[in-house]
Design a protein around this ligand. Sequence first.
Ligand code: 5RP
Length: 252
Amino acid sequence: MKNTVTDRAKYAAAAAAVDYVKDGMSVGLGTGSTAAWMIKCLGERILEHSLKIKAVPTSVSTFELATQCGISLTTLDEVGLLDLTIDGTDECDENFNMIKGGGAALLHEKVVLAASSQRIIIADSSKYVKTLGKFALPVEIIAFGWTSSKQKIECLLNELGFSNFKIDLRQKNGVILKTDENNYVLDLNLGKIIDPILLSKELNTVPGVVENGLFVKLCDLLVLGDISGGVRALHSESGKSIESVVDFGTKI
Ligand code: 5RP
């Protein structure tokens, strides 16, 4: 596939983030197009620096790409906890709350991020937003009785004061999309999410909901790339922001 202009921004963030991967680490690998750049950059870094790392993929697609890139893989059960995870995001707000799951891997991504000591989120700078919700919020639900779970979610959203929302069952090429865990995904078009922490808690109380795509307190460092190679790394704890530039060379 041909690279887009946004790919340069994704590449910049990905290339900057892999510098944090050190010899001997166990590393979680996210899913999506930005994570795919990171996996390619990581494969190159492993070769250049003879790094010995063990990585845990968050999806079948990431497993396949990481294997092609020569990254040695393991399972979360094998390592238990991870030193570092690098993953993408669909939106991230100024409090480092995120919407994830555009690639339908939110369940494994949340488990892997929660098991990591350090969490680096990479994105092109358009994903950094004031308020979450322009991107539809993915919610993973079991297939059994999904219409009833959808109705329960509608009631909940009404109770929480949401109006004019729309919920879509995610499809791919005209068929219902199934996650790597064989579940369905509902996309909640909400417009604005004022209290992501409350919404996340409430959604997970609905019977049939496995997990939702609001990620709270799962980002230690947000690495934002732009198309000219500029990178801004924002630390959630200290509030520090560090700027650098990635040299694209002939890479992209
Ligand atoms: C997959 C995700 C991805 O990280 C998110 O959708 C961002 O993807 P991309 O980098 O392709 O924009 O959460 O479930």
